[in-house]
Design a protein around this ligand. Structure first.
Ligand code: SF4
Ligand code: SF4
Length: 169
């Protein structure tokens, strides 16, 4: 553990080692949507919850034995990948249809712009490297991330075999 990191109880009995500067603030910026052009990995509990909001056959795909939200072509120029694609649930108005219509989103979308790694069995949390460059919501508000970690790190992360966030479609 580095000298700057510290252990925070995120949910009762579930701790994370915080690696980012505790003064970091975050507020998602309307219309940014940068993080919505990746394929989102779905954990098994996510799949079960997504089944209540959407047709899994239409909205998800499998890759190397793991499940992801499908990407589809979007009629927009920014925040799409090199093939013009973004997350199936990204609406034309820049909102997430799952979040806007069902008040739910996949675990991985809650974690962004943070990244989870595991060291010696402990969950470590830091700012995702790509977010420093692309996420417009860092340090633009008064909302300190370290005080709201339960919103970024759903409790299910502590129950997963591999909660690390490095895998993408
Ligand atoms: S599910 Fe919603 S929040 Fe997650 S990447 Fe897709 S549009 Fe963005
Ligand atoms: S990149 Fe950051 S500011 Fe942009 S939509 Fe994602 S979380 Fe919000």
């Amino acid at each position: 553990m580095s000298a700057d990191s510290r252990r925070v109880e995120v949910h009762p009995g579930k701790e994370a080692v915080v690696e980012f500067d505790p003064s970091l603030t975050f507020e998602c910026v309307d219309d940014c949507t940068w993080c919505c052009h990746h394929g989102v990995l779905l954990y098994e509990p996510d799949l079960l919850e997504l089944a209540d909001c959407a047709n899994l056959a239409e909205t998800t795909t499998s890759f190397r034995g793991e499940d992801f939200v499908r990407q589809e072509h979007k009629d927009r120029e920014d925040h799409v990948d090199e093939n013009g694609q973004a997350c199936f649930f990204l609406r034309d108005d820049g909102l997430c249809s799952l979040h806007a219509e069902s008040d739910w989103k996949p675990t991985r979308c809650s974690v962004f712009p943070l990244a989870v790694t595991v060291e010696d069995g402990d969950i470590h949390v830091d700012v995702r490297e790509s977010a420093h460059e692309h996420c417009e919501g860092l340090d633009v508000s008064e909302r300190r991330v370290v005080e709201h970690l339960d919103a970024f790190l759903p409790a299910v992360l502590w129950d997963l075999d591999d909660p690390e966030t490095r895998r993408e479609l």
